[in-house]
Write a protein that binds this ligand. Structure first.
Ligand SMILES: [Zn+2]
Length: 223
C-alpha cells in the first residue's frame, strides 16, 4: 500500500507545481496585457523602424504601412490571446473502442522565430495513442496554430504542442514532428535557403516502444 500512496503523493506534488507554474505564467501574462502599447504607439514604432531602414515614412507608398504592419501583427501573434488547453478540453469517449494511433500529418505551420522576428514555415505531424478519450481532429491543428502564432523557437513549439495534448488528454503517448524552413537562415546570416530543421517530441509508448515509433514514422512519411 505504501509505495502506491507515495506515488499518488508524488503525482499530487507534481500537479501542485504545475498549477503554481501556470498561475505565475498567467500573472505575467496579465502584466504584459496591462502594459500592452496602444495601436497608435505600435504604428509609431513601425515608423521608427522605417526611418531606421533608411526610408521616409511620410512618402506616399509608406503612409499606410504602419497600420498594415500592426494589423499583420494582430494576425501573426493572435496565439497569445488563445488557450490551447481550452481548445482540447472537449473530448469524447464514444469511439467504439478505437484504441489505435491517431495521426494528423502535414498540418501547415506558419510561425515567427523569437530571435529575429522573421517567419519560419513548414509542416507539423501530430499523433497520440488514446486512452479512452479522443478529441476532434481539427483541434489538433488548432493547437499547432495557437502555439505557432506566438514568437517561437521550433524546439519549444514542438514541446509545447506535445505537452498540451499530454496534459489534457492523458493519452498513452504523444508524438510531434515539425519540419520547417527558417527565413532567418535563408535570407540572412548563413544564407542557407534549403536547410530544413526537423524537431520531434515523443512521450509514452512513442518513446518506449520501438514498433509504435516505427509505425508513426512510417505513417507520417505516407507509407
Ligand atoms: Zn531566427
Amino acid at each position: 500500500m505504501a509505495p502506491q500512496r507515495s506515488a499518488a503523493l508524488r503525482r499530487n506534488l507534481v500537479a501542485a507545481k504545475d498549477v503554481r507554474a501556470k498561475a505565475e505564467g498567467l500573472a505575467r501574462r496579465v502584466d504584459v496585457q496591462r502594459d500592452k502599447p496602444s495601436r497608435l504607439e505600435a504604428e509609431e514604432a513601425v515608423r521608427t523602424l522605417l526611418r531606421y531602414a533608411g526610408d521616409d515614412p511620410e512618402r506616399e507608398g509608406l503612409l499606410e504601412t504602419p497600420a498594415r504592419v500592426v494589423r499583420a501583427f494582430d494576425e501573426f501573434f493572435q496565439g497569445y490571446e488563445q488557450d490551447p488547453e481550452a481548445v482540447l478540453a472537449r473530448t469524447f469517449e464514444e469511439v467504439e473502442g478505437y484504441d489505435e494511433m491517431i495521426v494528423v500529418r502535414n498540418i501547415d505551420l506558419f510561425s515567427h522565430c523569437e530571435h529575429h522576428m522573421v517567419s519560419f514555415v513548414g509542416r507539423a505531424h501530430v499523433a497520440y495513442l488514446p486512452d479512452k478519450r479522443v478529441v476532434g481532429l481539427s483541434k489538433l491543428a488548432r493547437v499547432v496554430d495557437i502555439f505557432a502564432r506566438r514568437l517561437q523557437i521550433q524546439e519549444k513549439l514542438t514541446v509545447q504542442i506535445a505537452d498540451a495534448i499530454e496534459r489534457v488528454l492523458h493519452p498513452k503517448g504523444v508524438a510531434v514532428v515539425i519540419e520547417a524552413r527558417h527565413d532567418c537562415m535563408a535570407t540572412r546570416g548563413v544564407h542557407k535557403p534549403d536547410a530544413m530543421t526537423v524537431t520531434s517530441r515523443m512521450t509514452g509508448a512513442f518513446r518506449t516502444d520501438p514498433s509504435t515509433r516505427r509505425e508513426f514514422l512510417a505513417m507520417i512519411r505516407g507509407a
